[in-house]
Design a protein around this ligand. Structure first.
Ligand SMILES: [Zn+2]
Length: 262
């Protein structure tokens, strides 16, 4: 008997039909190639990983471009929604789009209320970001919501406890790691950037490619750099390296300037 392959959860944000230098954007045609690759690997008995797709933030492109590709390939993904942006913020999905995702059998989780980093929240703010966000999603979608992804990937023991107390049984992070099945209470994810090539992704998913352990090392180096440089300097450096788009909308820029989202 061979062991079932570990899951590798991949994290997407926004799709666009044309190429973008912005690292959170993946070209729609590339995404479709990723889906083809994931399905091929899911069907091969010798695969190192069973890839899973997740989206954070609730961008409108998730509905417009990702959903048709997922449906035509009969594949399910997780969509983690910034609940306070739903139907409120331009460029993000409203309740009709979320209901359409749900009716299509896609999986919905929460991504906080306002996308504030949870580590910056006091207890009343956590109540809003975690419990109220979950109850409103449940009320509007008529289903139970038990999964959430951490805005900016930021957490600590206080946050993980608050998530559990607010009724979440699965917490999705932004640190790539292979997940045995069934997954534990925290689920690691690999952030997919627009500049990651299909070749790189194919290699990552090969048995013993070593890319994943390299990424885990990189994460440790980043964490060390953050401690050394302090959060502010690290964030400036990160924004510079990731070629942020000039901010057209200050709120949007604030939402995305989120260095641990990688
Ligand atoms: Zn986010």
């Amino acid at each position: 008997m061979t062991q079932p392959p570990n899951r590798l959860y991949l994290l997407y944000h926004e799709l666009r039909p044309s190429r973008s230098d912005y690292s959170y954007v993946v070209e729609t045609s590339q995404f479709e190639k990723h889906v083809d690759l994931f399905l091929k690997l899911r069907n091969e008995k010798t695969s190192a990983f069973y890839p899973e797709i997740t989206f954070d933030d609730g961008h409108i492109s998730n509905f417009e471009f990702a959903l048709p590709i997922l449906q035509s390939h009969a594949i399910k993904a997780w969509f983690f929604i910034t609940v306070g942006w739903t139907g409120q913020k331009s460029g993000y999905m409203g309740w009709p789009e979320l209901r359409a995702l749900q009716e299509a059998g896609q999986l919905i989780g929460a991504h906080g209320w306002s996308h504030t980093l949870l580590t910056h929240c006091d207890q009343p703010q956590l109540q809003k970001e975690l419990l109220e966000a979950r109850l409103i999603l449940e009320d509007k979608l008529g289903t139970s919501i038990t999964a959430m992804s951490l805005p900016g990937g930021r957490s600590n023991q206080r946050i993980l406890t608050a998530c559990r107390e607010a009724g979440y049984t699965q917490i999705f992070t932004s640190v790539a790691k292979a997940e045995p099945q069934p997954a534990g209470p925290t689920v690691g994810r690999l952030n997919i950037r627009g500049d990651m090539t299909l070749e790189w992704l194919t290699k990552l998913l090969e048995p013993e490619s070593g890319v994943l352990s390299g990424l885990q090392r990189q994460h440790q180096i980043k964490a060390a750099a953050k401690t050394l440089l302090g959060d502010r300097l690290y964030e400036k450096l990160w924004a510079l390296l990731n070629r942020h788009e000039p901010a057209t909308d200050a709120r949007e820029a604030a939402a995305y300037e989120d260095p641990a989202h990688h």
